[in-house]
Design a binder for this molecule. Structure first.
Ligand SMILES: [Fe+2]
Length: 416
């Protein structure tokens, strides 16, 4: 059986069936071979490969990562007991506190917004893409993701700015970079991923406005036009020097699906490329959770449910699972209702306890505003008697958060 696995799961003894890059770009004598020593795994990772295909029949005596049980919706099982959660190791500490990094992220986001406006303007005027500016802003986002992986994600999730056409590329870049950090990509790999994500929809600059922002379903002909945007995007980059293939892959393949039902080329599995697979998840997540002229936004947990249900069909399963770890089922900033009738805002995600974030209470059991700050750590509620344990029973839609906090600074203050 041929199985696609993450390079982090490679073991000595596994038989590599396909590396996903051409013979000219890897140091091995053959394209197919059995891994004989650890140093060969290191070489594969250094080639910038994220997943490989292995032949399980030829991989003698090697323990493979456990198969996913597709019938069990484990990640979304709210019933999973607190006792089970206790055994999970503590989350890795972020180098910079969330609040501090969100403040920086707001500034980076604003700069990105003007850059995206300029990129679209340049293309509409028939000009060239300013590759250096893209590079510089992606660098700043990477630094931010390394200081705190949740800060930029939090901002992207809050949808503090309404211009979808422009914010979408920034959000996709942020989500893709956070996923890339979770997958332990190198800075060089993150740079290609972030740039590819930033430019993934650049071809839409050439799609007529009446198709792009039509407040209703597209006709067959309009959809055909819309589906040309990945190839148009590649054309916009033809005058830019030294564009990496990985960036072109993100632009051309971000609408391809694992099962071969995507567009423009109906590519399947490994042929899509890891960078495009990551951008595809980030792209879909931002699109589903955003309000558009033709659709209402879907709440973050429901968006994750949709993406999770399409794992192995549209999206690469292993990346979906890592993505959920980084955006969280209840992302920071989500307004939640507890079984005690208290209302609170999620202030911190526990990557190993996604269903049990930290919450700052906004109203008490009677619906009255809290006098003093009170943080509830749902991850520690299991220590109480069952009848006293707090748990999330509902999510309050994002637009209501906007009603509560209209100004950016208030937003940041309210998060902490
Ligand atoms: Fe697209």
């Amino acid at each position: 059986m041929i199985k696609e696995i993450n390079v982090q799961d490679l073991r000595v003894g596994m038989y590599v069936e396909r590396l996903g890059i051409s013979w000219f770009h890897h140091p091995f004598a053959r394209n197919k071979f059995r891994i004989a020593k650890e140093s060969e795994i290191k070489k594969i990772i250094e080639c910038g490969i994220v997943t490989v295909e292995i032949n399980t029949q030829k991989s003698i005596d090697v323990a493979l990562p456990a198969e996913k049980d597709d019938t069990e919706d484990e990640i979304f099982s709210v019933e999973k007991s607190a006792k089970q959660q206790e055994d999970v190791p503590l989350a890795e500490q972020e180098p910079v506190p969330l609040k501090e990094e969100i403040e920086r992220s707001v500034e980076i986001y604003k700069k990105n917004l003007s850059l995206v406006h300029k990129l679209v303007d340049d293309i509409k005027k028939g000009g060239k893409i300013d590759a250096r500016s893209v590079n510089d802003t992606v660098d700043q986002m990477i630094e931010s993701v390394f200081r705190n992986r949740y800060a930029a994600v939090t901002l992207a999730k809050l949808k503090a700015y309404d211009e979808y056409t422009f914010t979408h590329s920034i959000n996709v870049s942020i989500f893709a970079l956070a996923l890339g950090r979770q997958l332990k990509l190198s800075r060089k790999q993150l740079k290609m991923l972030g740039s590819g994500a930033m430019l993934h929809d650049i071809g839409k600059a050439s799609i007529p406005e009446h198709v792009l922002n039509k407040p209703g379903p597209l006709t067959e002909e309009e959809f055909r036009v819309m589906k040309t945007h990945p190839e148009l995007g590649i054309k916009h980059l033809k005058n830019v020097e030294n564009v990496r293939n990985e960036i072109l892959q993100c632009i051309l393949n971000h609408h391809e699906k694992i099962n071969g039902t995507g567009y423009p080329r109906k590519l399947k599995g490994a042929a899509i490329g890891d960078y495009a697979k990551m951008v595809s998840i980030a792209d879909s997540y931002d699109a589903i959770t955003s309000t558009r002229v033709y659709q209402k936004s879907t709440l973050a947990p429901n968006a994750l449910k949709i993406i999770f249900s399409l794992r192995g069909e549209h999206f690469y399963t292993s990346f979906v699972e890592r993505f959920i770890q980084v955006v969280g089922i209840y992302p920071v900033g989500t307004l939640v209702k507890l079984n005690t009738k208290e209302i609170g805002v999620v202030t911190s995600i526990n990557p190993s306890k996604l269903l049990y974030p930290d919450i700052e209470l906004i109203t008490d059991k009677k619906g009255e505003k809290m006098g003093a700050t009170q943080t509830v750590r749902l991850g520690e509620e299991y220590k109480k008697a069952p009848e006293l344990r707090r748990k999330i029973i509902d999510i309050i839609p994002q637009k209501k958060i906007k009603d509560l906090v209209s100004e950016e600074q208030d937003l940041i203050t309210d998060l902490h």
